[in-house]
Design a protein around this ligand. Structure first.
Ligand code: HEC
Length: 187
């Protein structure tokens, strides 16, 4: 066998080994867009802390998996929040789906693919743009705290597209989340 052929073969082996190392780090292929990878990211980042309604369990609030990632429940009336008073400037409801602070009141969005109340009509590009720019649907009003888009925008394209693929694979839950309330209207 000619030496050049052996070198070429070694290069193939090295490349394959490197790909295996990348894959095994998280147990997943990090260079492909898959809903499975999106699930891994959503669960490890904890989107559901704010976006999944809770039910009361033996040890306190726990995720209501029948309404996974469907946002602040539309029927849940919450009274106006107490005024922010330093050093306690932000507050949240028992299920962490409604938040108050200097920005007013914000409600965690419905991330399920329901056509009317969720992200059913969103394109992949709208989702990526929303997270990257901090603008509602990627083009309109600023996305309010505590949605951590400033941190999430560091995710690469494959990560964000995988998250979108996972969200689109969820059962759609019809739940119209209220619009945010301006600070002047709350105090
Ligand atoms: C600390 C709470 C919190 C966490 C964690 C969180 N979000 Fe949010 N998110 C919110 C709130 C509150 C809103 C609504 C903000 C508003 O109305 O401006 C929101 C809004 C959104 C929106 C709607 C943006 C738009 O254009 O209207 C998307 C999409 C979203 N979140 C995706 C995610 C994903 C995906 C994750 C996890 C990778 C995540 N969020 C983690 C609180 C959170």
């Amino acid at each position: 066998m000619r030496p050049v052929t052996i070198v070429a073969m070694l290069a193939v082996v090295a490349t394959t080994a490197a790909q295996c190392a990348r894959t095994s780090a998280s147990g997943r292929d990090e260079h492909r867009v898959t809903a499975e990878r999106g699930r891994y990211l959503v669960e490890s980042i904890g989107c559901g802390d704010c976006h999944t309604p809770k039910k009361m369990g033996a040890n306190g609030p726990e995720p209501d998996t029948t309404r996974l990632l469907s946002g602040h429940p539309e029927g849940e009336q919450v009274p106006p929040p107490p005024p922010p008073k330093a050093p306690w400037i932000a507050g949240t409801t028992w299920d962490m789906t409604a938040w108050s602070g200097p920005w007013g009141v914000s409600y965690a969005a419905n991330l399920t693919p329901d056509q009317n109340s969720g992200i059913g009509i969103w394109t992949e590009q709208m989702f990526v743009d929303a997270i990257r720019t901090g603008k509602h649907m990627g083009i309109s009003r600023p996305i309010l705290p505590p949605m951590p888009w400033q941190a999430l925008r560091s995710l690469n394209d494959e990560d964000l597209k995988s998250i979108f693929a996972y969200l689109k694979s969820l059962p759609g839950v019809s739940n119209h989340v209220p619009d945010p309330i301006q600070p002047t209207a709350t105090h």
